[in-house]
Design a protein around this ligand. Structure first.
Ligand code: HEM
Length: 125
């Protein structure tokens, strides 16, 4: 396993942490424990920022193709939507059921689209 693949494993571990803390929050219910809630949202947001910085750096050394950009933009939009709906689901006001549903489904779309983008990067020359 090279350094590049090792980084992908790290990203997978962060997703595992976000998902497990998310399921934990769901089962514990409101009011959410402060530590768990902050771990969940900070790792989620931190991973998003980390990926943007890494893509920016990579594009600087070897420019990304149009297909790679498209994959990253789609993954980025899913990430943003997941974070926004996560914020909405966590506020104390009653929200339409679609908000909770969105923060149930969007995380999977985020993982799949991020995995596809990273797979494309593995073949990046
Ligand atoms: C990429 C970022 C994120 C991912 C992948 C993610 C993923 C998840 C998952 C899988 C769940 C369990 C959903 C369920 O089955 O009920 C969950 C729950 C939750 N997430 Fe996130 N999340 C992210 C970001 C955030 C952020 C930024 C916030 C808050 C600002 C947040 C707040 C919550 C809350 C409050 C719950 C519990 C919802 C409930 O009680 O049903 N999440 N998250």
């Amino acid at each position: 396993m090279n350094i590049f693949e090792l980084r992908f494993v790290n990203i997978g571990i962060f997703f595992l942490l976000i998902f497990s803390s998310g399921y934990w929050l769901h089962h514990a219910g409101k009011p959410y424990g402060a530590i768990l809630f902050n771990v969940h949202k900070l790792i989620g947001f931190g991973l998003f920022v980390f990926l943007i910085v890494r893509i920016y750096q990579l594009n600087h050394t070897t420019p990304l193709s149009a297909v790679e950009w498209l994959a990253f933009v789609i993954a980025g939009l899913f990430f943003i939507a997941t974070i926004v709906f996560g914020g909405l689901v966590s506020i104390d006001k009653p929200m339409p059921a679609v908000v909770a549903l969105a923060h149930k489904l969007l995380p999977y779309l985020t993982v799949v689209s991020t995995a596809i983008s990273l797979y494309l990067l593995l073949r990046h020359k």
